[in-house]
Write a protein of this length. Structure first.
Length: 175
């Protein structure tokens, strides 16, 4: 049990998105958020907050590959969390195969059982998995924080639009 009501969700900080050799490398903007996320991770570890890694994990023939190049295939190097923010044994890893961290996962149950009410969201991509997961949090009445220095996207315009949309539509605190 966590001693406070705070949680951080780290979304898709995986080799295929963050490493230059990755199948869907998000660019230098994604690399630049690593130190910020490391600092936030250290903070949540220090306060005994709930730490959840949401990780893309696809079958070889996933229908998503009709829209995107094959990426984060379960069990491959590309689907692994980057070494800079390696999870500790007790930290939760939730695999997903769609954009929202809530879709067919136990994220809702994990948050409910922890007692968390304030959730910080960091990771990639701002306009896809981050925004869809934030929508799920808003629909469940969580207090949401999205640090602009902790999220990145393939597209700078979509990144900016997504931050504004999360603020205006989902009530997220963009910090």
């Amino acid at each position: 049990m966590h001693i406070n009501n705070k949680a951080i969700i780290i979304i898709d900080m995986l080799n295929d998105f963050i490493d230059k050799k990755g199948a869907l490398y998000c660019g230098e903007g994604a690399r630049k958020i690593i130190p910020f996320i490391k600092n936030r991770l250290e903070f949540y570890r220090k306060i005994n907050g709930l730490i959840i890694y949401i990780t893309d994990s696809h079958d070889k023939n996933d229908m998503e590959f009709d829209r995107f190049l094959p990426h984060c295939i379960t069990g491959t190097w590309g689907s692994r969390i980057i070494p800079e923010i390696k999870p500790l044994a007790h930290e939760k890893i939730i695999k997903k195969n769609r954009y929202s961290g809530f879709f067919k996962t136990d994220l809702e149950k994990t948050l409910t059982l922890s007692g968390a009410r304030e959730v910080e969201v960091v990771g990639v991509c701002t306009s896809i998995c981050v925004m869809d997961t934030v929508a799920g949090l808003a629909n469940r009445d969580y207090t949401i924080f999205v640090p602009a220095k902790g999220v990145a996207d393939f597209n700078a315009q979509l990144h900016d639009f997504s931050l504004e949309r999360m603020k205006q539509v989902y009530g997220a605190n963009i910090i």
